[in-house]
Design a protein around this ligand. Structure first.
Ligand code: SF4
Ligand code: SF4
Length: 345
């Protein structure tokens, strides 16, 4: 393990950003978002959840895919990808770091999404262990250890010290470029880091949502959950705003649209939401015509369909963003609780 005084993180960020584009949690406009590092940036390593998740870097909100240019009767195809710039994201919390496993299952499975793949290959994830989890956090329910996140590099802040450990070849390569700002951690530093992990895990166990039970969710529960009359009560009030899907690090619905530029067409991809009435609208109609069906779909997908097709992996990481952001205070934790008890005995 390497270490650095917190007062010298500016040097680390300067070195990292000289090596590749560096994004980290920055305060601005009343919220904290992952933004590109500048020496003037108000870096907030104390904030747990950035407004939007690390998903933005691998599946951006909008991206150009291809363009068609027309000149008389000639049509040319223009591919201008912007997915190959090397970058690093610092300060990724354990929930967001795990969300990439979910996204990988979707976008790296056959047929591979080459835009996503390009970004995964060029992005280094530097995660940051949590020491003060929030009341809305429940990553532990999904087996995530917020005190010891996954990532190419795992960082933690222990007192006035930033600890740094490379975990993958990409993390080691990046560490090589910034190693001069660090010194080796001592046995005391290691012991303090371990003690902090223990404390964090104890806090996690006592959080309000820590007791959520997911053992009666998953592929075996499909019909029982799907047919539960409880959905009819839960969905009421949902205004179909899509906020929960946009802030969610694991929601991956998207649309592809063509924009007429006047002398051709630009084809782009943008996030979409299963909470919207025109999502999955096809020539024959819409498979989910009511908000109840759309609402049920979001949670069934995360808690039943996705695990059924992905070796039991749930597609929620307990980040708590939907808990904090839904305007009607409906969220996946409430759904899990409401359908906790088996309804068919
Ligand atoms: S954020 Fe809340 S109100 Fe908006 S779509 Fe999601 S569940 Fe419905
Ligand atoms: S469903 Fe909610 S808690 Fe789960 S990963 Fe998405 S935003 Fe986070």
């Amino acid at each position: 393990m390497l270490k650095l005084s917190i007062s010298k993180t500016g040097e680390l960020f300067a070195e990292l950003s000289a090596a590749r584009a560096l994004y980290l949690p920055v305060e601005g406009g009343g919220q904290t978002t992952f933004s590109r590092y500048t020496p003037e940036a108000d870096v907030r390593l104390d904030v747990l959840n950035t407004a939007r998740s690390v998903k933005d870097f691998f599946l951006p909100q909008t991206e150009d895919i291809v363009a068609f240019k027309r000149a008389g009767k000639k049509i040319s195809i223009i591919e201008d990808r912007a997915s190959d710039e090397p970058f690093a994201v610092f300060g990724v919390r354990a929930c967001d770091a795990r969300s990439l496993d979910v996204m990988d299952r979707v976008f790296l499975s056959d047929p591979v999404d080459t835009f996503y793949k390009g970004r995964r290959e060029n992005g280094v994830v530097i995660s940051l262990a949590c020491s003060e989890p929030a009341e809305t956090c429940f990553c532990g329910v999904f087996g995530i250890d917020s005190a010891e996140p996954q990532g190419d590099v795992v960082a933690s802040i222990v007192g006035d010290t930033l600890c740094w450990e490379a975990k993958t070849p990409a993390g080691e390569k990046l560490t090589e470029t910034v190693k001069d700002v660090f010194s080796p951690a001592s046995a005391e530093d290691e012991a303090a880091a371990e003690a902090q992990k223990k404390t964090t895990r104890e806090i996690m166990r006592q959080l309000p949502l820590a007791g959520l039970k997911i053992d009666n969710w998953g592929s075996d529960e499909l019909l029982e959950k799907f047919n539960s009359p409880i959905w009819g009560k839960l969905y009421q009030g949902c205004i179909g705003c899509g906020t929960c899907t946009y802030v969610c690090p694991t929601c991956q619905c998207y649309d592809i649209q063509d924009f007429d530029t006047g002398h051709g067409v630009k084809r782009f991809r943008c996030w979409d939401s299963c909470m919207y009435s025109d999502f999955t609208l096809m020539a024959h109609g819409n498979p989910r015509t009511s908000q109840l069906e759309r609402f049920r779909q979001r949670f069934m997908h995360k808690l039943v369909y996705f695990p059924a097709n992905n070796d039991g992996m749930f597609s929620c990481v307990g980040c708590g963003r939907c808990v904090a952001k839904c305007p009607i205070s409906m969220n996946i934790a409430k759904v899990i609780r409401a359908l906790e008890v088996r309804t068919n005995g």
